[in-house]
Unconditional design. Structure first.
Length: 602
């Protein structure tokens, strides 16, 4: 393990292992089959990359995500580790060349998709090389019970069984319920395996749910106070993606959009622009994200309720892979439940399956309503106990929201709904309260109602937002799928009779703590320049956290630079001089005395 630790520092620039890494690596270098279940961003790649450097032979990494392979291989090469990939994006000549180089021992790691295993020329090549380990990424794909079943994963175990010398088999996944775990062990035919489970908690993610506010306002508020940050905004439909994208475009944000209605070319361009930091925000349907390994995503906002917790945690988990504090915000409106129910109803034939999905949807809705710790809720869902009483890092534990009395407004809304015979949706009710002269209102003679125009001081969207809050707090309910009408619940009657008051919480989003320092911005610009020159994404050159440490400690020579977390030897050689020069000129311009710098070892 001493050797492994040295390699960790040398190639990746890290001095410590994260939870689960050491145990997994130790088991693998002791040549034991291993299954590691660790959440997204926990650092699974290192768990097979480091042993791969220790073994005599080659490690084959099986990954279903072709789009990730190049990224991973680029990152390895940048860290001074010889690796390559073979997949359908390469020409025959390129594949031949790589196969040849493999046989001459050029590489320590080879990435392939599972389909490649059954290709005859590939199998023939396999019999000529010394394969020390087969590492199977996204191992849950082997199980039919998982949310991501891939039939080609079934060919992995039989193929391993045919090999003359059985390599060590390592399996990795971020999502595995008990049945999926058992499937992985059985279907991949792991031999007396060590199972390492680190738990699902992602401590650096601030979880929040926002209710009863206009969604677009929430998004605009948030992005305007996080202009420097990179983020993803997920919407349920293409239409909502387009609308949100247009809104942010008009306000002058660097934004891109991604959904299945765009051409392959457009999608590819947007994805590249996002990866290379040319755009900061991406608005997307859930079609976006598989294969995105970008480590510096600072926030993930869900404009709509996702269908289930597995999907939510996977999408939200794309924030903060680098371990830096990041936010996951879910904006809830009761209409979202209707939309998702409608989607399930339309797309799933089997009633049983529909019922399972409705149940999962309900759990997701409960997440939005619960007053307990959000982290605890998620971990419990995945079958894990949460020891601490509060996490102090979610919108329920850190509830600094203001309580306001809105009994009067609620009474006005309820009485208007009552007078409209509980037969209309929230838009129409809001229009009447606002005193709108639109044709729909006038044709029903609603201008005659005593509640017409009694909330004219509010914008219609504010009135609607209040109603959404009242729905979330169960004073009102929506009925019907496509054009839901809003109805009073018993609690609303008590309010109308003056027996109950209505208090509303206005959830505040965590404010941005501090602005990026000037030097940090300079270093980011330099990284961008290098990224364009070398044609590798910025975060593969150095993570944001590494640049941030550089701007704090201001290293002025190679020795000081290597002390920074995330700086390995090969990066010092490649980029050290440029970064040191930038820091030097900054310090000169600002007249900073090197002696006054903070000491990294303190
Ligand atoms: P996963 O595959 O589990 O989602 P990755 O392997 O992509 O996660 O790692 C996520 C991020 O964490 C990467 O940027 C990686 O460099 C970083 N990382 C991994 N191990 C460590 C460590 N021991 N110390 C600091 N950062 C680490």
């Amino acid at each position: 393990m001493d050797r492994v630790k040295k390699l960790l520092k040398k190639h990746y620039g890290y001095s410590e292992f994260r939870k689960g890494q050491e145990e997994t690596i130790e088991s693998l270098i002791n040549e034991r089959d291993t299954l590691a279940i660790m959440p997204t961003g926990a650092g699974k790649s290192l768990c097979y990359q480091l042993p791969a450097m220790i073994y005599d032979g080659i490690t084959i990494v099986i990954s279903p995500l072709i789009s990730l392979m190049k990224d991973q291989v680029d990152a390895l090469n940048e860290a001074g580790i010889n690796a390559t990939y073979i997949n359908s994006t390469l020409s025959y000549d390129e594949i031949d060349e790589r196969l040849y180089m493999l046989q001459s021992g050029e590489y320590k790691l080879l990435y392939i998709a599972p389909e490649r295993l059954v290709a005859p020329d590939f199998r023939q090549m396999m019999s000529h090389i010394n394969i020390s380990m087969i590492a199977i990424d996204e191992a849950h794909c082997v199980s039919q019970w998982g949310h991501d079943f891939r039939p080609s994963y079934a060919s992995i175990a039989p193929l391993i069984a045919e090999m003359d010398k059985r390599p060590i088999v390592a399996a990795f996944t971020a999502t595995a319920t008990e049945s999926v775990k058992l499937d992985i062990l059985k279907l991949l035919n792991l031999n007396d395996p060590k199972v390492v489970i680190t738990g699902f908690d992602r401590e650096n993610l601030y979880l929040s749910v926002v209710k009863g506010r206009n969604k677009k306002d929430v998004i605009l508020d948030y992005v305007s106070s996080h202009r420097e940050d990179v983020g993803i905004i997920y919407c349920a439909t293409r239409k909502e993606v387009d609308a949100t994208y247009d809104l942010l475009m008009k306000k002058g944000y660097d934004v891109g959009r991604y959904h299945a209605g765009l051409t392959d070319e457009e999608r590819k361009e947007t994805q590249e622009a996002f990866i290379y930091d040319d755009i900061k925000i991406i608005v997307a349907t859930n079609a976006f994200g598989m294969g995105i390994d970008k480590s510096n995503v600072r926030y993930v906002i869900h404009h709509n309720l996702p269908q289930n917790m597995e999907a939510y945690y996977q999408e939200a988990g794309r924030a903060g892979r680098d371990g830096e504090p990041s936010e996951c915000i879910l904006i809830f409106s009761p209409q979202d439940i209707m939309i998702q129910k409608f989607i399930i109803e339309q797309s799933i034939a089997s009633q049983d399956r529909q019922n399972i999905l409705y149940e999962k949807l309900q759990t997701m809705a409960d997440y939005c309503h619960t007053s307990k710790c959000l982290r605890e809720y998620i971990l419990n869902y995945f079958g894990e106990e949460y020891e601490d009483e509060t996490c102090d890092y979610c919108s329920n534990c850190k509830d600094d929201s203001e309580l306001t009395d809105m009994t009067l407004e609620a009474q006005k809304i309820f009485s208007c709904i009552y007078r409209m015979d509980q037969r209309f949706g929230t838009t129409m009710v809001a229009d009447v309260l606002k005193g709108s002269k639109n044709q729909k209102v006038l044709s029903q003679n609603f201008q005659e109602l005593s509640t017409y125009g009694i909330m004219e001081e509010y914008a219609a969207k504010e009135i609607k937002a209040m109603m959404n809050g009242l729905i979330a707090d169960e004073y009102l309910e929506l009925e019907g799928n496509q054009y839901p009408v809003v109805r009073l619940k018993p609690r609303a009657i008590a309010v109308l009779k003056g027996k109950e008051t209505v208090m509303r919480k206005m959830h505040k989003l965590a404010p941005k703590s501090e602005k990026d320092s000037e030097l940090f911005t300079i270093l980011k610009d330099l990284r961008k320049e290098i990224s364009q020159r070398e044609k590798v994404p910025p975060y593969i050159i150095f993570a944001d956290s590494t640049l941030s440490d550089m701007s704090t400690y201001m290293p002025l020579n190679d020795r000081e630079l290597i002390d920074i977390k995330g700086v390995g030897e090969s990066k010092v050689k490649k980029y050290g001089a440029e970064f040191i020069k930038a820091i030097e000129s900054y310090m000169k311009a600002k007249d900073i005395d090197p002696e006054s710098r903070p000491n990294i070892h303190n």
